[in-house]
Ligand binder design. Structure first.
Ligand SMILES: Cc1ncc(C[n+]2csc(CCOP(=O)(O)OP(=O)(O)O)c2C)c(N)n1
Ligand SMILES: [Mg+2]
Length: 334
């Protein structure tokens, strides 16, 4: 049986190991298919792809319970898929259709599924962090052992709200798993231009919170760390921060060519450090799957995405009258 590589007590079952491959591939192909839809004009507005960071969302969400909650970011499609959201309804949301999770009103950056524990993507950088603190406080007040997971990236960790929130989580001993997706960039600004410390996890230890830095492109390592971190939070051991080093496979958003990203750096992260290729090789070398099995999964993922795109395109556009009526309604509440 395949075991995760650092902690021999946490065993990854073959089923879970293969499921993690399927989920990562689903995120990758969802993003690539969505970019095609964007290019043909079916998706409008901003679109921040999660390509290259798939192992973090999948490794973390596989370590959660269904009733745990996550708070996402502007780069959130991967988090939503990893938490189990339906591909068709997600695609419809991106296309701005009635069949979407928020009836097309949220779109890429404000998609949410409260009943599924996805408490929203967020267009405000760092905006999700205090929400996770409030959710975790609520879980505690209601006497549950549910936990809140807060995804955010290096740029958000430079915002004041991060410092205030993490301190509050520490003093109230809240069950928050902070997942810092350090992809090294905030738009075009490299993290070493804005931080004198290479280990952003040190910021958490300064507030008295346990924290670790790991390679976020190794899904088993992410899973193992998240399992320990979530377990600690659930048992009342306080918040935990995991800094996952990773890299965007392109520019900040779909229309950013990323020409400021050095080619050798990009080649490294897209090549031998690609999270899906790495996991595929591990599954094959450990005898858990043959290449053919994984190719079959790739085909199944593609069929699901065909169905998702078809569902989204068949779903009606919201009517202008209804939009205007909703605007009027919100004005009445001002
Ligand atoms: C409060 C706030 N400031 C600035 C922006 C504009 N903005 C959007 S994304 C982004 C960069 C965020 O970088 P990071 O937190 O590292 O996330 P990543 O894009 O790497 O996932 C900025 C500055 C914003 N949306 N919200
Ligand atoms: Mg970043």
């Amino acid at each position: 049986m395949l075991q995760v590589n650092v902690n021999q007590e946490i065993v990854l079952s073959p089923e879970k190991a293969i499921e993690m491959y399927r989920r990562m591939m689903t995120i990758r192909r969802f993003e690539q298919r969505s970019i095609e839809l964007y290019r043909e004009g079916s998706i409008r507005g901003y679109f921040h792809p999660y390509l290259g960071e798939e192992a973090i969302a999948v490794g973390v969400c596989e370590a959660l319970r269904n009733d745990d909650a996550i708070v996402s970011t502007h780069r959130g499609h991967g988090h939503c898929i990893a938490k189990g959201m339906d591909l068709g309804r997600m695609m419809a949301e991106l296309l701005g259709r009635e069949g979407g999770y928020c009836r097309g009103r949220g779109g890429s950056m404000h998609i949410a599924d409260v009943s599924g524990g996805v408490l929203g993507a967020n267009g405000i950088v760092g905006g999700g962090i205090p929400i996770a603190i409030g959710v975790a406080k609520g879980f505690r007040l209601f006497g549950t052992d549910r936990i809140a997971v807060c995804f955010f990236s290096d740029g958000a960790s430079n915002n004041g709200v991060f410092a205030e929130s993490i301190n509050m989580a520490a003093i109230w001993n809240l069950p928050v798993l902070f997942v810092l997706e350090n992809n090294h960039y905030a738009v075009s600004t490299r993290i070493d231009e804005t931080s004198m410390s290479a280990a952003l996890a040190d910021r958490a230890t300064a507030y008295g919170i346990q924290a670790e830095t790991i390679n976020g492109n190794e899904v088993d390592l992410v899973y193992e760390t998240a399992t320990r971190g979530a377990g600690l939070c659930r048992k009342g051991g306080g918040p935990f921060l995991m800094e996952c080093k990773t890299y965007r496979h392109g520019g900040h958003h779909v229309n950013d060519p990323g020409s400021y990203m050095p080619k050798d750096e990009m080649d490294f992260w897209r090549g031998k450090n690609d999270p899906i290729d790495r996991w595929r090789s591990r599954l094959i070398s450990s005898g858990l799957a043959e290449g053919e099995d994984l190719n079959r999964i790739d085909g199944e993922v593609e069929s699901l995405l065909d169905e998702a795109v078809e569902f989204a395109k068949r779903s009606p556009e919201p009517s202008v009258e209804e939009f205007l009526a909703e605007l009027e309604a919100s004005r009445c509440h001002e």
